[in-house]
Design a protein around this ligand. Structure first.
Ligand code: NAP
Length: 244
């Protein structure tokens, strides 16, 4: 691992899609900052997996929905490595309920993590990126942001907010050479995906143009490519084979 290797911070990297994205960056030679919130054991497993690749990641516990914790998270990366080249806003939760039954807490919890959390991270990381006039931010949104969905309006609205944030941030930060893009993953059988798989399997398969699920490693490679390319910003990349 080169001492001046670029630095990637991946939020919610302890499990699922975030873990896979984190591994892709580590394999590509990035110094990796692994954020997690509750799954310490899984985050430590990832730390070991990255160490086996020959680099020592930073393991950083922070609830991204809390602005103060995000400030500390970003400050820790800067204290250790003095730069942040890539932020992947991946941390996300669901609290599914139809609109008429949804509680204030279910709405607010999801918006706090998925949208506020991404904003705190984007704001603080872009301050670090501006100094070097270089950076890439990838917001992990969802196809439901553009299609709507029954039973998780809180989630769909938070992910739609992420798309508007992506486009606005790209316009504001482009002059500092910071690229901001959103990626819509396909359906993946992570803990989040498995929770609704039984209910939606048939529909997901039937709507998929290739009749199968998207490969999580290919998604991670796509996020890595999106971060490394220097031309596109403010875009929403649909890595999903359901047609919008
Ligand atoms: P997952 O398996 O449930 O993992 C969620 C990750 O987010 C975990 O690492 C979790 O960390 C972290 N997280 C949750 N709340 C957090 C908080 N307050 N602060 C920091 N980290 C937090 O979900 P996933 O399927 O991998 O989803 C990852 C992202 O992809 C999400 O944004 C999701 O909306 C999006 N997505 C998923 C799918 C899919 O099919 N799975 C499809 C489209 C979009 P801890 O366990 O440590 O708390």
């Amino acid at each position: 691992m080169k001492a001046d290797a670029p630095v990637a911070l991946v939020t919610g990297a302890s499990r699922g899609i975030g873990r896979e994205i984190a591994l892709a960056f580590a394999k590509d030679g990035f110094r990796l900052a692994i954020n997690y919130s509750r799954s310490e054991d899984k985050a430590k497993e990832l730390e070991k997996a990255v160490a086996r690749l020959g680099s020592k990641p930073l393991l950083l516990k922070a609830d991204v929905s809390k602005s103060k914790e995000v400030q500390t998270l970003v400050a820790e990366v800067m204290k250790n490595w003095g730069r942040i080249d890539v932020l992947v806003n991946n941390a996300g939760i669901t609290r599914d309920r139809t609109i008429l039954k949804m509680t204030d807490e279910e709405w607010e919890d999801v918006v706090r993590v998925n949208l506020n959390g991404a904003f705190w991270c984007l704001r603080d990381c872009s301050k670090a990126m501006i100094e070097r006039k270089e950076g890439a931010i990838i917001n992990i949104s969802s196809i439901v942001a553009v299609r709507g969905s029954v039973g998780n309006a809180n989630y769909a609205a938070s992910k739609a907010g992420l798309i508007a944030l992506t486009k606005s941030a790209a316009k504001e930060l482009g002059r500092f050479n910071i690229r901001v893009n959103a990626v819509l993953p396909g359906f993946h059988l992570t803990d989040m995906g498995r929770a609704v798989w039984g209910k939606y399997e048939e529909r997901i398969r039937s709507e998929h143009t290739l009749g199968r699920l998207t490969d999580i490693r290919e998604l991670a490679q796509f996020v890595l490519f999106t971060a490394k390319q220097k031309s596109a910003s403010g875009q929403v990349f649909n890595f999903e084979s359901r047609v919008i």
